[in-house]
Design a protein around this ligand. Sequence first.
Ligand code: SF4
Ligand code: SF4
Length: 262
Amino acid sequence: MKIDYIKIKKPLVRWLSGVRWKSNFQEIELEITTFCNLKCYNCDRSIRQAPSVECMSLSQIQKFVRESINLKWKWNKITLLGGEPTLHPQILEIVEIIRQYTNLNPNCVLEIATNGYGVTVNSVLKKIPGWVSIRNTDKTSIIHDFCSYNIAPIDLREYRGADFTKGCWITTACGLGPTKYGYYSCGAGASVDRVFGFDVGIKKLKDVGNRSLKKQMKIICSYCGHYKKNRNTKRTREEAISPRWANAYSGYRKQKPVLSKY
Ligand code: SF4
Ligand code: SF4
């Protein structure tokens, strides 16, 4: 009886996981720094929960541009974000490096996604060249209607057996999310890896594809609270953390995981 129940339940849960969200290979969000001047509740980069000042180096940005040019990769949009990207100490140099790519592909938009908060951020924004788009979320507080990012679906009974390779709408809408540890299906997934230390960042652009991303998503999406949005879960303003995340943050505070670099 028990075996029959499992046989029926697993495919049913997989089917209920919904559609497989397509990875977006035309857009990319570079997490150039994990530092942020805000510490929002339920931040899906774990800025509040696991603060860090790590940054992508200029040589990593150059590597990204070189790979993109060599592979003739057609990005429609490259976004610089964080953390708070304007607080990367070399943000202007990064913009100039990416210009080497946009000069060759003028259809590609370079965008900076900023929280727009504080004197320092706004003074840097004034120095950004006019050809760069600015997406300003104009944050004024640390409380927002956010997804319960830190409620891992794998901690919830109803998601046991779910097909985590299906991901969620974010991978389709926002594109890839590289950090100093490599390419990820999305930025929120990269943050899972930074805290848990699975070390599943893809180190070469030529290796990024549906197969490699599905393999990665099978792990990271099982911990990412965004996965639950497939079922219209409510947003929250309060800090919400499930047991696996609580353990991971506790371990992170004692010793940060060591990941191999991009
Ligand atoms: S502004 Fe954005 S990156 Fe910074 S803590 Fe808030 S949600 Fe996270
Ligand atoms: S890691 Fe999270 S945000 Fe990214 S595709 Fe998976 S569920 Fe969505």
